[in-house]
Design a binder for this molecule. Structure first.
Ligand SMILES: NC(=O)c1ccc[n+]([C@@H]2O[C@H](COP(=O)([O-])OP(=O)(O)OC[C@H]3O[C@@H](n4cnc5c(N)ncnc54)[C@H](OP(=O)(O)O)[C@@H]3O)[C@@H](O)[C@H]2O)c1
Length: 325
């Protein structure tokens, strides 16, 4: 079996990642409730039961409460920390009074953010730290200093980015001693620009497509792990009511349902299998906290191997809502 780029770097990362943005209650500073903790525990248990060993966080998720809820779960499972790959992100700051929400890749903010993450997760180290969204004020040398310090202190093992173009990655990379390990982007059957930019080269029809040229190729050539956020397209093809969605979404949801029934699998298996059939070895970061829906994702990798080229294109073309050029 082909190895993931992260596995080649020595991390025991599973193909599916549990995105933890739904854990920890509301997007507010209210205390975490017993129900929130139970939900986190059940979601993590369901993920572990289907072989998930990698978990994705960000310092901002539920104002830090997602990480706190996850720490509570780890506390109840001695030894779990060493068995999993923990990833979090920093670089987005909420608005404070008159100061608007903003990005911050300063040395000081990265260091403080990681200390906060480690404290909330109640762990001594992160396996992977991602810079959440590109900061226009980035100084690569400053980021490099922050990363070097975190690595020397044993606080972070690997570094990566999220929502960055290949040019932005190269710009940062030239200041770093080690290869960036990850780029996390929105990619799914419901968000197709990552494919459409490639099939529309030299076509007027492609002018509305927004995905950086050459990013997938750059990550593949450099062995950078691609991760897909929102890979379930928030449930639009897997059971969420779609009455008010455009025709292409409704038709594709029906196609997914039919394929799942024919293959004796779940709609989640088809939607994620479709994403995982792409040769870039994408890791879907599934954001559901619903235990049944997590378990419904378990056969996705097997489905990716069974899916034919014709089935893959049928889903792609249906979701695009128009034929390929
Ligand atoms: N790097 C970034 O900028 C970035 C941005 C956004 C997210 N992320 C990461 O990516 C992860 C996944 O993103 P995501 O949660 O936005 O997207 P997702 O995985 O595509 O969808 C999960 C969301 O859709 C709902 N959902 C799924 N299937 C459903 C169904 N059949 N019926 C009704 N609702 C359904 C889930 O609710 P239930 O919990 O009720 O199932 C959950 O709210 C996050 O947890 C986070 O780790 C990263």
């Amino acid at each position: 079996m082909k190895l993931l780029p992260l596995q080649k770097r020595g991390l025991a990362a599973s193909r599916l990642v549990l995105g933890c943005m739904s854990l920890g209650g509301g997007w507010n500073r209210d205390p975490i409730t017993k129900e929130d903790l139970l939900q986190a525990e059940q979601a993590v248990d369901a993920a572990l039961s289907i072989g998930v060993s990698m978990f994705d966080h960000a310092d901002i998720y539920k104002m830090g409460k997602a990480e706190e809820a996850f720490a509570h779960v780890m506390k109840g499972k001695p030894g779990l920390r060493e068995q999993i790959v923990l990833q979090s992100k920093c670089g987005i700051r909420f608005s404070e009074g008159a100061i608007p929400g903003r990005y911050d890749f300063s040395r000081q903010h990265i260091a403080q953010a990681v200390d906060g993450i480690l404290q909330r997760l109640s762990t001594e180290y992160l396996d992977v730290l991602l810079l959440h969204r590109p900061d226009p004020l980035i100084e690569p040398e400053e980021v490099a200093e922050a990363f070097a310090r975190l690595k020397a202190e044993g606080k972070v093992r690997y570094f990566g980015v999220s929502n960055m173009s290949a040019a932005q990655m190269r710009f940062l990379q030239q200041a770093l001693p080690e290869q960036l390990a990850v780029n996390q982007l929105e990619m799914s059957l419901g968000h197709l620009d990552w494919l459409d930019h490639g099939v529309h080269v030299n076509q007027r029809a492609g002018t509305g497509v927004n995905f950086p040229e050459g990013l997938i190729e750059h990550c593949r050539m450099q062995q950078i792990q691609l991760q897909a956020w929102a890979p379930l397209a928030q449930g639009r093809f897997t059971g969420k009511p779609v009455d008010h969605e455009p025709d292409n979404i409704r038709r594709t949801a029906e196609l997914v349902r039919q394929m799942a029934a024919e293959k004796g699998t779940t709609p989640e298996g088809i939607v994620l299998g479709w994403l995982m059939k792409h040769p870039a070895m994408i890791q879907p970061v599934i954001g559901t906290a619903n235990t049944e829906r997590i378990i419904a994702c378990q056969h996705a990798e097997a489905q990716s191997e069974l899916m034919t080229r014709e089935e893959w294109y049928s889903l792609y073309v249906s979701a695009r809502g128009e034929n390929l050029p």
